[in-house]
Design a protein around this ligand. Structure first.
Ligand code: FE2
Length: 189
């Protein structure tokens, strides 16, 4: 850039105030996407199950979908004239969902955890959409597209748990109890 370069301000028919408000929503969604992507990636690596191949692939599809979403939200933020947050510290600060460090849960807990986070993100998007729709149909369209994708993902994850729940009414309670059990010690022969 030289001093003679023309202005590079964002002039797309949205006021600075409106763009700031939209970007505030999108930044939280971007950060949440990154945290969710990371969690699905970890579960892809660490799942242990008789259905390993199926779940390994399911989690791979999940993290790939959300890795793509990270880019879409970040690029939308740039189109609105802002810089996208892009460090792990920023993502953890802005994220609407939480990490679960130090845990390598069982397969059902992994699915339940991803489902809970996904439903939380859908709920946030539905609320954000009320404000964003009033300001910018293009950003609103991005959210609607993501909500469509995620409601389908949530259905697929939920279907895995419905099968388990049919067999066990105390499923959730036992699920969390199981997580707290200490690892079995190997006995010397
Ligand atoms: Fe892999």
């Amino acid at each position: 850039m030289c001093l003679e370069c023309p202005t590079s301000s964002c002039n797309i028919g949205l006021s600075e105030t409106d763009r700031n408000e939209i970007v505030a929503h999108l930044s939280k969604l971007l950060a949440s996407e990154y945290v969710f992507f990371t969690k699905a990636y970890k579960y892809h690596w660490n799942v242990r199950s008789p259905f390993f191949a199926q779940l390994h692939e399911l989690f791979e599809k999940t993290y790939n979908a959300h890795f793509a979403s990270v880019d879409e939200f970040a690029e939308r933020i740039r189109m609105l004239g802002h810089e996208a947050p892009g460090t792990l510290a920023e993502f953890l600060e802005l994220s609407l969902i939480e990490e679960a460090p130090g845990m390598n849960p069982g397969e059902c807990f992994m699915i339940a955890d991803l489902l809970n986070d996904l439903e939380a993100m859908i709920q946030h998007m539905r609320t954000d959409l009320i404000e964003i729709e009033k300001l910018d149909p293009v950003s609103a369209d991005l959210l609607i597209g993501k909500m469509k994708e995620y409601e389908k993902e949530a259905w697929i994850l939920r279907a895995h748990l419905e099968f388990v729940e049919d067999d066990n009414e105390d499923f959730e309670e036992e699920l969390f109890v199981e997580e707290k059990k200490p690892a079995k010690k190997k006995t010397k022969k």
